[in-house]
Structures are given as structure tokens and as C-alpha cells.
Design a protein around this ligand. Sequence first.
Ligand code: PLP
Length: 452
Amino acid sequence: VQFPLNAPDLRALDKAHHLHPWANFGPFEAKGALVMARGEGCWLWDTEGRRYFDAIGGMWCTNIGLGRREMAEAIADQVQHLAFANSFVDMTNGPAALLAAKLASLAPGDLNRVHFTTGGSDAVDTAYRMVQYYQSVMGRPSKTQMIAREYSYHGSTYISQSIGKRPGDRVPFFRYKEDGIHHLTAPNAYRAPDGMGEAAFCDWLVAEFEAKLAEIGPENVGGFFAEPVQASGGVIVPPAGYLPRMAAICRQHDILFVADEVVTAFGRLGHWFASWEEFGVQPDIITCAKGLTSGYLPLGALIFTDRIWEAMAADGARWFTSGFTYSGHPVACAAALKNIEIIEREDLLGNATRIGTLFEARMKALEALPMVGQVRGRKLMVCVENVADKATKALLPEELDVGTRIADTCEAMGLLVRPMGHLNVMSPPLILTATDVDLIGDTLEAAIRQVA
Ligand code: PLP
């Protein structure tokens, strides 16, 4: 309504001028993009007035739902009072200070220090450099190398994309940092080697980590980067005990555990932070973004321990030469504070657990369908894996593009689910209701039956 252009014009302008993130040139050239005009709660309306239930949750991020007046008011109020103030060196602003203190109070253990970024990628990028900084000032300058996992997604800057390694993302036209970043097997029990059971697979993964350390030399490894649940790699929930065992090995070798909670923080698994509350791991650094503002404004953060801060600050001559113009942006921080207040007031963590459990169960029932090999995930992050043969877990031919066909069929029925190769992924807002769970379950089931 605010924009005077009609829908076909918007699509044409977008197609002519806008290179989208992760653009797939072929289908995009043919069809152009769906142009969204309005959002409220879990619902979106396109410029032609069609309505969609957004089970993708924006991009794992619209945790409190769209269109909240009090978010608009908090943002407008901050813009009027102080739209910008830099937070370089020794300047700050009220929302940044309040938000840093709030995050310190919500984060586990002694993660009491906060550094703001503009999103998840630059938070991971900064964490990479903070690990090297910390190890150096601790007198361990050779600890520059990092260990991460296959099927991880950590962002889209040079370093964060090099730490991540989803197979489809590695195209020959881009270059990645290969030296000093190592990738272990993803903890996906569904695709464990030799059909290993979950406990044996967990032992195998831990042994692989130890072997990798022996190969590189633990004196050369500074950090281990892990999403508690690998999100964009296909919602991979690790075997029980895996994360605490990996963390114990890290501790033993002075390797910092960086929990990338860009997706899992702020309620998706029913907690402020999943690494401690869901998996019992106390990280050294948490990276977060997305649900921090529920997508109302861009903001990311690293939350790290007193120990790291104190080590970095020990020599007064040192500078932490990293940060962005928009680090600690007052309007983004004000939005985050209001977002956290809403999550607390409406007990959205409790709702995520209650409805998330229901959602998980309804989605799990899709495993009865002949094409669904596995439904995995936890609470409000779930993935459906479509296969050619349930017994052998053989993949469907890539050219069938089954995930996209299912997503397109859902879209025609007014439901948005995210296609990723042969997978369909969902991460609905935390305000989900039991009626919404039925709507997603019934629509997705009908779409899978239609495509099969
Ligand atoms: N880390 C994880 C686990 C993510 O899922 C993402 C984005 O999806 C990122 C980092 C990058 O965050 P951003 O897109 O805000 O830069």
C-alpha cells in the first residue's frame, strides 16, 4: 500500500536490477521473484493480495512474528531521540549499553561481554579473529587454525563462508580460504557411515576429532566452530553426548568452543541459548543475530567470557581493531531490547517448547509417506528429507529438484516452506498455535503426496 508501483512493475524492476542472495539465475530469469507487500504474525501478503503462511519464519528469524505495533513504536521513538551514534573506542549509547547488559544476564556462565556486529556473518568473522587474538595474547601464537564441520553454514563473508561448508555452496567461481580451516564429518546420524547406530556414530565422530587434532597438532588449533543444531545444512541434531564430548576435548587442548547460535538463540529451541540449556555445553564465544531482533532490524553479536576479555585487555597497549560503523546501532539495539521484552512477557520460550513439541510430532508423522526418508529437528526447527528409496536412503535424481517442487506446490496452496535440494526446511515464528501446526502439517502432506 505504501508503494505506488503495481505488482508486475515491481517484479520487472527487481528482475532487471536486483541480484538476490543465493540467486539461482536460471529459474530467476524465467520467473522473477515473489514480491511481498505486508506481514502480520505468521502471515505474509504479496503485492497481488495473495496470502501465505510463512513456515520459514522469514529466514529463521521472525521469532515474535511480523507487524507488531510496539516494535514500530520502539523503533520510531529511538529514531527520534538518537538515530545514530558510533560506538567506536569510547563512545556508546543507552540501548547498546542496556542490551549488552541484558545479553550478559541471559547468556550462560561467565559469558558477560558483548561485541555488536550487523548480522551473523560478521559475528562469525569477528569470532574467528577474536580466537586468534586471544590465543596470541595467551602466548599461544601458533594456534591459528580452526576446525568446523561439513554441512555447516556460518555466513557469507570470505572467512565465515570458508568456515562453513555446505557442498552446494562451494562453486568453482568463488575462492575460499582452504589453509588452516578443517572440516569434520557432520553429526547426521541418518547418514552415518556403514549404518552405524547413534551411540557408535558419536564415538566415531569424537575419534575423528581426536585424529584430526593429532594430525594438525593441537598446538596449532585455536577454535572449534559449531552450530548446536546445524541449521541450513539440513537441521542436523547431533547424537546425544556429542557436543559435551567435543567441548571437553576443546577444553583439554585450550581450543575455544565457538557456538554459532545465529539460528538457535532467542527461542527456536525454547531457550535463550541452546548450547547450554538444550545441550549442556558452556561455550567460550556465542555468535547470534536473527532472533535477536526477530528480523525487525539487522543486528548481530558475539557474547564471550570474562576470561577472553581479561586476556585481551591485560596489556593496555593493545587495541581490539575490529568493529563496524553500525556496531551497537542505537535503533537496532532498541529493537532488540523490545523484542526480548516481548519474548519474556508473552512467555514465547514456553510456547516454543509446548507448540514446538507438537510441531515436531506432527511433522514426524510425515515419515509414513513413501517418499519421506526422515523428518528430523527439534521444536521449531524441522527438516523433511525426501528420498527415492526409504530402505537404502538413496537420493532422488538431482534434476527432479524435489524440494523446490514441493515448496512450489505448497506456495500455490498458501504455505511457504524452504526448499534445499531434496530437503524442505521449516522454522516458524515462536507464536505458532496448534491450529497453525495442523495447517502446516496438512498442507505439506498434501503437497508431498501430489509431487511423489
Ligand atoms: N550462522 C548461521 C548458523 C546461520 O544460519 C547464518 C544465516 O543463516 C549465519 C551465520 C549468517 O548470518 P547473516 O545472514 O545474518 O550474516
